[in-house]
Ligand binder design. Structure first.
Ligand code: SF4
Length: 333
């Protein structure tokens, strides 16, 4: 049993119900964000009372559910998009914002991934196109700057059920980044029949409003913690207020789901980023949080334009990063 992921593992033993399956079975009325806030309280109670009652999966969903309400709100939010903290405010029915995603969603591939953390594999990973960041060292740039296959929510839902029968331990929404596709992802989940944990594999830069909506369907937040300060975030990913947004979202994620944090160690960024991150995580999320210190950075895409990150890590940097992580954290992958 992996500390911090007990509920995730209970779903996989069919001893607990994935949150989206519960959200689909809580009857709701149509309404606005305030209505949704009201139903959130009911959902909390529902989760406490029915969260381990797997027989609830035999019940047909009501005509209109809490999950339907979430989808309707997201479809409305697209008219002035604030899915992420860039808050472009564009009408995505008519034009594209920074992430270049409209109303339709596109994905690049879906498969059983064996290269994720041990507790996640095999992970049914769905790589969506596009991203809300523009990291100069992007390791998935072939996915991010193109649209490949248009998502049909019903078809992808069937794939999720098929992959579950093939042994997947979760459905892992990634990219790029999943946030800008939240409306599509919830539509997919509405059609999924399996009791399967949902992993939200993101840069944690979602807006507060989006967080309020998706947190009731996310079982595990697989969050990237990239930078220890706003200057590095602005320089390499072109985002503002990175530290404030991401720390707020990690604190919320800890309250509402289970957490697995990834930190990609970068050359010349041990003291300004790695050290700050592991210390903050330890003091604010606990020494026990599951944490993956990743050493697989390699310069790619536009990283060569920045001399300080245009090489792999040195042994000394890896040693120092490991020393810092072990000083502050007890549950390293
Ligand atoms: S998801 Fe973020 S980047 Fe994309 S249009 Fe909305 S606010 Fe802009």
């Amino acid at each position: 049993m992996v500390r911090g992921l007990e509920r995730y593992e209970a779903i996989n033993r069919n001893k607990a119900v994935a949150k989206f399956q519960l959200a689909k079975r809580l009857e709701a009325e149509r309404g606005d964000f305030e209505t949704h806030e009201k139903y959130k309280k009911e959902f909390q109670k529902f989760l406490e009372e029915e969260g381990e009652n797997v027989r609830i999966l035999d019940n047909d969903p009501p005509e209109y559910s809490f999950l339907d309400l979430k989808i309707d709100l997201l479809m409305e939010m697209l008219k002035s998009c604030n899915f992420c903290e860039r808050r472009c405010g564009v009408n995505r029915y008519e034009k594209l914002g920074y992430c270049k995603t409209g109303v339709e969603s596109y994905y690049s591939s879906e498969f059983l991934h064996f290269g994720e953390e041990p507790e996640l594999v095999p992970s049914h990973t769905i790589f969506f196109n596009r991203c809300t960041f523009s990291c100069v060292f992007c390791q998935n740039y072939d996915i991010v700057y193109d649209d490949d296959y248009k998502v049909d929510p019903k078809e992808l839902a069937v794939m999720i059920d098929i992959r579950r029968r093939q042994g997947s331990r979760n459905v892992n929404f990634v990219g790029g980044n999943p946030d800008q596709h939240a409306h599509t992802i919830l539509k997919i989940l509405r059609e999924v029949k399996s009791n399967i944990p949902v992993v939200w594999n993101s840069n944690m830069y979602h807006s507060w409003e989006l967080g309020r909506i998706i947190e009731d369907v996310v079982d595990v937040w697989l969050g990237d913690f990239k930078y220890g300060n706003n200057e590095c975030a602005k320089k390499y990913s072109n985002v503002k207020n990175y530290w404030e947004v991401v720390t707020r979202n990690f604190l919320e994620a800890k309250k509402t789901g289970e957490l697995l944090i990834r930190h990609l160690v970068m050359p010349n960024h041990i003291e300004c980023c790695t050290a700050k991150i592991v210390k903050w995580v330890s003091e604010n999320l606990g020494r026990d949080v599951r944490f993956n210190l990743m050493f697989q950075y390699y310069p790619t895409f536009r990283a060569y334009e920045f001399e300080e990150i245009s090489r792999r890590l040195s042994w000394e940097e890896m040693r120092r990063a490991k020393e810092l992580a072990e000083k502050y954290l007890d549950n390293l992958v």
